[in-house]
Design a protein around this ligand. Structure first.
Ligand code: HEM
Length: 138
């Protein structure tokens, strides 16, 4: 459940964020703090691959943020994404460690706009994404 106040805080913090910069920050966090999850992506230290994968994840998140006023649509697109993750080698166990990495990356790229309310909103949104993907995984 993402409340109206949380949605507003998420949108405020996300405005103007560079998707590529955010993607790089997320994969840097994963590499440093969630190595088991990072390994599943098979990126090694190839900066071109890291950038491409980071952009894919953040483009998806950008679509979710833009769709927050249509939660049925948001849940449907997370569900479809979750179905695709079954063929990627991702496991439920990877999603716990990935959450703090996403929040840390957002703290970096949103700067002063990453207020306590924004953190609260993003925590709820990550929960929704994670639960929706993990429903497909073992
Ligand atoms: C915020 C959470 C996540 C989001 C939004 C997300 C989103 C995406 C997107 C958009 C893609 C591109 C391909 C596609 O659209 O199907 C992708 C690929 C992938 N994801 Fe995720 N993902 C998340 C978390 C994870 C986690 C925790 C793992 C497991 C460690 C994982 C493993 C993978 C793998 C292995 C690929 C394929 C990469 C390749 O092309 O080789 N994802 N993800």
């Amino acid at each position: 459940m993402v409340t109206a106040a949380q949605k507003a805080a998420i949108k405020d913090s996300w405005a103007g964020v560079d998707l590529q910069v955010a993607g790089n920050a997320f994969y840097n966090q994963l590499q440093a703090n969630a190595p088991d999850a990072y390994a599943v992506f098979n990126l090694g230290s190839d900066s071109g691959k890291i950038a491409a994968q980071g952009l894919k994840v953040m483009t998806f998140i950008d679509g979710i943020v833009k769709g927050l006023d249509d939660m049925d649509g948001v849940k449907a697109s997370i569900d479809t994404l979750g179905g695709r993750h079954t063929s990627y080698g991702a496991k439920k166990v990877h999603f716990g460690p990935a959450g703090p990495c996403l929040l840390a990356a957002l703290a970096e790229v949103c700067g002063g706009k990453f207020t306590p309310a924004a953190k609260d909103g993003w925590t709820a949104l990550y929960g929704l994404i994670s639960d929706g993907i993990c429903a497909h995984l073992s």
